[in-house]
Design a protein around this ligand. Structure first.
Ligand code: ADP
Ligand code: SF4
Length: 686
């Protein structure tokens, strides 16, 4: 298909200092949980995006020196020449497809406890390190500053040798020394690097000038700068940033601008819509003639065009949209934007950084698996048999399984009990803030609609007899899971007294619209988003709500998706009481009994209803019935019955999509070994 001429502007080349980007799609730096210990995985992932049409592809944070060691997080590293070959792999993979490779050089100063290197942390002034680690950064003296400038220059030269085309001076996210020197609350110096704005900007300016001097002949020198910390006058404000950008306007070859800290930059769709950073970055283009890049979870080509035409941005920056769909630019270029697998803004990808493991994506099950499993997001192996496959259940697992099997060329029957596709996503997308999650269903439903070899049966609840009659040779059970009603979960191994009575509800009941009387207590022993979202819904419905959790924080796991602080604030602002470090030990009809998780001290709390959010049980009745009659399966010609997704093991939507994809991709393929992927073994050279 031909490209829509409205989008031509997105494919105009643009000069960035001495290099030229072939179009306006710019993958800004983003972490991935793989980093320097996994150079092949990183090269595979970045190279895939280059293949998908991104013009500039950047690293994650790249440490320049052992005093700026961000371990245990796995980021890029250029401490000395030993680190060059790993990053050269990424540059080669990116160059193979005509894209530019960018390196985000970083020294995170007082944000680095230096766990691995055991060097002393450094910063503009004496101050505790950002984490709660029991150590302080020492104030840098003039020699330290000279050394730091030298380390940055040396790292830039190494980056150039590795093959990078674009080299960053990074001052973003309440991280990195140039940013720390700019911040009045961190910089109490009285020398030429502290006090006046001009003095606080000095280090940033010197780094840009010295990097240009070192490698600017062949490489572009760009900055990443956060214009507002969103913490009021204690932090860097938009007003001060206008002066700072004004002072340095023409110095870098490109401005990559965003807001700080990370949870305000990579905000989930539950809290911020597409393009929400515009008020904080729109001024930059008015101040500089250099290209400007910004992010905003852009997935709509119309929004992208509007950003450029309205003079907000020159290049469309993206981390998450490029993770959810590495082929986003190609799909627009080829005139098929409807095929874009749009990011849902859930930040499961971010959790890869915090868990220090290969990152993953709810929408794109191949993300992080490019090298170690050889998975391509757009290409699947063709089918290796004539088998017909029946997939029961059209939630995320069943939809992805049917879609991938269909793409491989198998004949597929997808049966769904309800009239609607999407399973849990269809329900959860109606909860407050989760509407974008519907994209998990929408992308797959649209793709399935194009596959003539896939038949979808809506409103078809199958029992074992139906399955045996259908004549499929393989059966996939993707029937999902139900929330438990008995309180069993992390805190309780036995049913909680009183939970069997009326007025105790589950998230499934709430989503089904059951009448619930207030005041209500939401008991959250699940710790991801559901407890908080249910509390928010019930409060918005007008009920008096308190949320009780054994954890120190409501929705504790969402610290890994950068949502925890947003969630506490939203719930508090809605007037929901947050009761933390308390367990619910019984429901008595008009009150619950609570116990402090540390002291065991018991209290009571009045309520008319309780919603219990603890754990889920797989819906395995159909699976169990089929497996109980092996003779009938053989007679019906059924070679295998496999449970996937929440029906096998309840988890995240990302996990269900991954399992659905994995089943479909691996069907009839040669078996993998016990370890189902390649590993990068540590080199023994020193
Ligand atoms: P997952 O996250 O694993 O995809 P979901 O709970 O989202 O699981 O989806 C499971 C889907 O399976 C639901 O839409 C449900 O209606 C459907 N389902 C459950 N049992 C049957 C059945 N016996 N026949 C057809 N569909 C079923
Ligand atoms: Fe987007 Fe979620 Fe995928 Fe991250 S994990 S890229 S936020 S869909």
């Amino acid at each position: 298909m031909a490209r829509d001429p409205r989008y031509d502007i997105l494919f105009e080349p643009i000069k960035i200092g001495p290099v030229t980007a072939k179009n306006r799609f710019y993958q800004v730096p983003h972490c991935n949980g793989m980093g320097h210990p996994n150079p092949r995985a990183v090269a595979g992932m970045r190279g895939m995006k280059a293949e998908g049409g991104w013009a500039v592809i950047c690293t994650e944070e790249c440490e320049i020196h052992p005093t700026g060691d961000v371990s245990p997080y796995k980021e890029a590293r250029l401490w000395d020449d030993h680190d060059i070959p790993g990053l050269a792999m990424m540059c080669d993979a990116v160059h193979e497809h005509g894209a530019l490779a960018g390196c985000e050089l970083v020294h995170n100063g007082p944000s680095c406890p230096n766990h691995y290197s055991r060097e002393l942390p450094i910063g503009p002034s004496h101050q505790p390190v950002n984490s709660y680690d029991p150590m302080q950064a020492r104030a840098m003296d003039r020699e330290d500053i000279r050394n730091y400038r030298r380390w940055h220059r040396d790292a830039a030269i190494r980056a150039k040798r590795a093959g990078f085309d674009v080299i960053y001076v990074y001052a973003g996210h309440d991280l990195s020394l140039p940013m720390h020197f700019l911040q009045r609350r961190r910089n109490n110096r009285t020398d030429e690097y502290g006090g006046s704005l001009e003095n606080r900007v000095r280090l940033f300016r010197e780094l840009i000038e010295e990097t240009k001097d070192a490698i600017g002949d062949r490489c572009a020198v760009v900055v990443r700068y956060a214009t507002d910390e969103l913490i009021g006058p204690e932090g860097l404000t938009l007003e001060e940033s206008q002066d700072i950008v004004g002072m340095l306007a023409e110095l870098p070859d490109l401005w990559d601008v965003n807001v700080s800290a990370w949870q305000n930059d990579s905000t989930t769709s539950r809290f911020k819509p597409e393009g929400n950073q515009e008020p904080f970055i729109a001024f930059v283009k008015k101040v500089t003639s250099k290209p400007v890049v910004g992010v905003g979870r852009f997935t709509s080509p119309d929004t992208m065009v509007s950003q450029i035409k309205r003079g907000v941005l020159d290049m469309i920056g993206a981390a998450r949209p490029s993770i959810a769909d590495p082929f986003l630019p190609k799909k627009i270029e080829e005139g098929r934007p409807d095929d874009i697998r749009e990011c849902i803004g859930c930040n499961i990808c971010v959790s890869g950084d915090f868990t220090m493991s290969h990152f993953r994506c709810t929408q794109n099950p191949t993300m992080g698996e490019e090298w170690r499993k050889g998975w391509h997001p757009e290409i699947v192996p063709v089918r290796k048999s004539e088998d017909e496959i029946l997939v029961v259940g059209a939630g995320p697992a069943g939809l992805e399984c049917a879609r991938t099997l269909g793409q491989r060329g198998y004949r597929v029957h997808l049966a769904e009990a309800s009239a609607e596709l999407g399973g849990r996503v269809a329900k959860e997308t109606k909860l407050p803030g989760l509407s974008e999650w519907g994209r998990v269903r929408d992308y797959r439903a649209y793709q399935l609609g194009k596959l003539l070899n896939v038949e979808i049966y809506r409103g078809s609840r199958l029992d074992a007899a139906h399955v045996l009659e259908m004549g499929a040779s393989r059966v996939v059970i993707a029937t999902g899971a139900d929330w438990r009603r008995d309180g069993i979960g992390r805190m309780h191994g036995f049913a909680v007294p009183g939970f069997e009575t009326a007025n105790v509800f589950t998230p499934d009941d709430v989503m089904a619209g059951k009448m619930i009387a207030g005041p209500v207590i939401v008991y959250d022993d699940d710790h991801y988003y559901m407890g908080g979202v249910i509390a928010e819904k019930l409060r918005r419905d007008g009920l008096e709500v308190a949320i009780v959790t054994p954890a120190d924080l409501v929705s504790s796991w969402t610290q890994k998706t950068l949502e925890a602080s947003h969630i506490q604030r939203r719930l508090l602002e809605l007037g929901i009481e947050l009761v933390v470090k308390q367990d619910v030990t019984a429901f008595k009809g008009d009150h619950v009994e609570l116990a402090c998780v540390y002291t065991g001290r018991r209290t009571q709390r009045a309520c008319a209803s309780l919603v219990t959010v603890t754990a889920r049980l797989p819906r395995l009745d159909l699976y169990d019935k089929l497996m109980a009659q092996p003779g009938a399966l053989i007679e019906a010609g059924i070679k295998s019955v496999t449970a996937i997704g929440d029906a096998r093991s309840p988890g995240t939507i990302a996990a269900a999509v991954y399992q659905g994809h994995r089943y479909a991709r691996e069907l009839d393929e040669p078996p993998t070994g016990e370890v189902a992927f390649k590993r990068e073994m540590p080199g023994l050279a020193v």
